[in-house]
Each structure stands twice: as structure tokens, then as C-alpha cells.
Design a protein around this ligand. Structure first.
Ligand code: SF4
Length: 389
């Protein structure tokens, strides 16, 4: 059994080099019959790179605008025009002050892709408030987050280099999911048909630009939206190439698709657990020293199976805001995630939006603010996040 041999090699012989795409596909096929060897090898690779630590980020989700110029078939975040185009400053501040009282560390600032290019009301709102673009307003929201004692991480689609430079001053990191490197998924009737920003060449260029601007970047794949196993594996290989060239990719999310009501894919089947977990394990083995994350709310009560597939991060969990991207899937209680992580023999730590190894490279303002509340290992010290009513 291919997976069994790998487990033996990794467990007895110590860590080995990254798995290639061709081998990964063989291992995937084997895992569909018996995943035990692949999972054991992934756990061994995690132990070699991350030790026993599994982290999370205590965050507040700030939905800055749900308007978006793109239309992805699975998206439950995007709305049409009608209400106020952007969350106003006073609401951002009120949300973040409350989050700070609850011990939140990360301000996750989320916006649709360049809404001002599609909606006149978005463009006029920005003009009225004195901002030239969504990115400029996100920079203002990031300042507010810092004033409230939180550390920003912005997720606003494909950012240009000038926008990345602007956000780099206040954001510890940015998020841009590759989702898939398969152009096939942008074809007629496919999930990205009406989403030009999700064309692989556009996404890859934006991710590479983040490397050129030296900003820590979280990316990842979305599995179960119609990709083949080979396409999922090629997407991970593409992320590996970008990470190798830029040195800026700090984390890879392996997110499983879950259908949400009122979307075009509401009746599509969710990503199968076996497929998702095999891709998690393969990500760990293809990118052995990368931080690998899977969200705990999209597969409820899946703690053991995801930990067993080699993740070392649970991503952001919020005690004060819903997951606006997946509104039907509530985040679990942090104490439950902590208990299940510890029950698996692992350590549970709160991280900043930048991983400990990235803190030294931050602008001085962000680095000093983080170090003031960090522990000796670069994680958030307990008194900072274990607070709240
Ligand atoms: S997933 Fe992102 S890019 Fe696609 S429609 Fe939703 S907000 Fe826009």
C-alpha cells in the first residue's frame, strides 16, 4: 500500500522532501480505499514542522461591503445594491471596540471585489466619504482597528501592487484564496463563469504581486466545487510554486465547499469528507513546512478527523460575529476547540494574523504592538486573549 509505505518511511525515517503532484495523485487514489497511511504520514510531517502546536486566531469579522463586481455560483456573502454600500466608520469602530472587550486579536476586514467598478452607489459612497477606492477605505478601517487595539488582516479579492503597499502599513497579512488553478471552472455553467477575478492567471498574478510587495499572505484551495482530484492537487502545486518564489505565503487553507441557501449552488452536494481530508493530508505532504488550516465550522464535530489529517491551524474563530461568508455554519465555542485539540495530545495557541515566524518582518509599528502582547514564542499571551465578559 503506497500510503502505508509512506507512513513507515516518514515515521521511522524522519521527515522527507515534499511530495510531488504525480505521487500525490497516486496517494489520493489509494486514500479513497484506505486513508490511514496517508493520514499517518501527514501527522508525522506536521510533527516535524509544527511540533505539537495547533493555533487559531481570535477574530472579529468586519463585513466592510458585501457588494462585489463578480458573481461566484457558491457565494453566500455577496448581496446586490439596496442598503448602505459600505459599513460606515462609526459602525466599524463600535464593532471593534466590542470585539476588544471580548479579547479578540484579529480584525478580519472583508470586502467584495472592487464593487465601485460595477455599482454607482458604491463609487458615490466612496467619493462622498473621501476615498478613491475600496482599498483606500479598507486602509482607513485598518487604522480604526489598530486604534481599537486589534490587528488587521484584509481579504478583498485581487489587490494591485499600489493597494498592497497601502495596506501593508497597517495589515499584518492579507488573504487571497487561489481556490483553484483550473481554468475549466471558469467555463460555461461552472462556478467561476461570471467571476473574472477568479481566473487563475489573475489570481496567480495578484498572489505573486503580494510576494513582490513582501506582505505575509494567506491563500488556499476551495474543494468540492467541481474540481477533479488532479486539479485540486495541481492547485496546491501552484501555491507551492508561488510560495517558493515569493517567500510570503504563510498559510494554506483547505476549505471544503458547503452549499448555502439562495445561491446558484444551493442544491449541489457538499465536498465529501474523504475528498476534503485527503486533500488536507496531501497539502501537508506537498508543502510540509507550510501552516495548513481547515475551518472547524464547515464540518461540525470534525476536530479529530481534521487534526488527524495534519492541520496545524483552525483559522479565525469569533466570539462576537458570525461567519458572513458561510452564514449557515456557526463557529464553535473556542473552549470546545481548545478541549478537543488538547484531547488529541496537541497544544492550543492563539496566534496573530501573522504567524510567529513573520513578526520580525513587520513594519515597526505593527511589530512593536504585537510584541507588547506576545509570549516568548510569538503567540498571543493568555491574558490578552483570554479576556471578555
Ligand atoms: S466569492 Fe468573493 S469574488 Fe466571488 S462573488 Fe463572493 S465576494 Fe465576490
Amino acid at each position: 500500500m503506497a500510503g502505508g509505505r509512506r507512513a513507515e518511511c516518514a515515521l521511522e525515517g524522519g521527515p522527507r522532501g515534499p511530495m510531488g503532484a504525480r505521487e500525490a495523485l497516486e496517494e489520493y487514489r489509494e486514500a479513497m480505499r484506505d486513508a490511514s497511511g496517508l493520514r499517518a504520514a501527514a501527522r508525522a510531517a506536521r510533527a516535524a514542522s509544527a511540533g505539537r502546536v495547533v493555533s487559531f486566531s481570535k477574530k472579529a469579522f468586519v463585513s466592510v461591503t458585501t457588494l462585489c463586481r463578480d458573481v461566484c455560483s457558491y457565494c453566500a456573502y455577496r448581496t446586490g445594491p439596496g442598503g448602505e454600500a459600505f459599513m460606515p466608520e462609526r459602525a466599524v469602530r463600535a464593532l471593534l471596540e466590542n470585539a476588544r472587550r471580548h479579547g479578540c486579536v484579529e480584525a478580519l476586514l472583508v470586502a467584495g471585489e472592487r464593487p465601485e467598478e460595477r455599482y454607482a452607489e458604491a463609487a458615490s459612497w466612496l467619493r462622498r466619504e473621501g476615498h478613491g477606492s475600496t482599498a483606500e477605505y479598507l486602509a482607513r478601517c485598518s487604522e480604526i482597528a489598530l486604534e481599537c487595539g486589534l490587528f488587521p488582516h484584509t481579504n478583498a479579492g485581487n489587490l494591485r501592487r499600489d493597494e498592497l503597499r497601502l495596506l501593508r502599513e497597517t495589515n499584518m497579512s492579507v488573504g487571497m484564496m487561489l481556490e483553484t488553478s483550473s481554468g475549466r471552472l471558469g467555463g460555461a455553467g461552472m462556478p467561476h463563469e461570471a467571476a473574472p477575478s477568479k481566473r487563475p492567471e489573475a489570481r496567480v498574478r495578484a498572489l505573486e504581486d503580494a510576494g513582490r510587495e513582501g506582505i505575509a499572505t494567506t491563500t488556499g484551495v476551495l474543494v468540492g466545487i467541481g474540481e477533479t482530484p488532479a486539479e485540486a492537487i495541481e492547485s496546491i502545486a501552484e501555491i507551492g510554486r508561488i510560495a517558493e518564489a515569493g517567500g510570503h505565503i504563510q498559510e494554506v487553507i483547505v476549505q471544503n465547499f458547503r452549499p448555502e441557501g439562495l445561491t446558484a449552488m444551493a442544491r449541489a452536494p457538499p465536498a465529501g469528507a474523504a475528498h476534503h481530508e485527503a486533500i488536507v493530508a496531501i497539502t501537508r505532504l506537498m508543502l510540509p513546512s507550510m501552516n495548513v488550516q481547515a475551518p472547524p465550522n464547515l464540518t461540525p464535530r470534525s476536530y479529530d478527523s481534521l487534526l488527524g489529517a495534519g492541520i496545524n491551524d483552525w483559522g479565525g474563530i469569533s466570539p462576537v460575529t458570525p461567519d458572513h461568508v458561510n452564514p449557515e455554519y456557526a463557529w464553535p465555542e473556542i473552549r470546545e476547540v481548545e478541549a478537543r485539540t488538547r484531547a488529541a495530545g496537541l497544544e492550543f495557541r492563539c496566534r496573530f494574523p501573522a504567524y510567529p515566524e513573520r513578526l520580525a518582518g513587520l513594519p515597526a509599528r505593527l511589530r512593536e504592538a504585537a510584541l507588547a502582547v506576545a509570549d516568548a514564542d510569538g503567540y498571543v499571551a493568555g491574558p490578552r486573549w483570554r479576556t471578555g465578559p
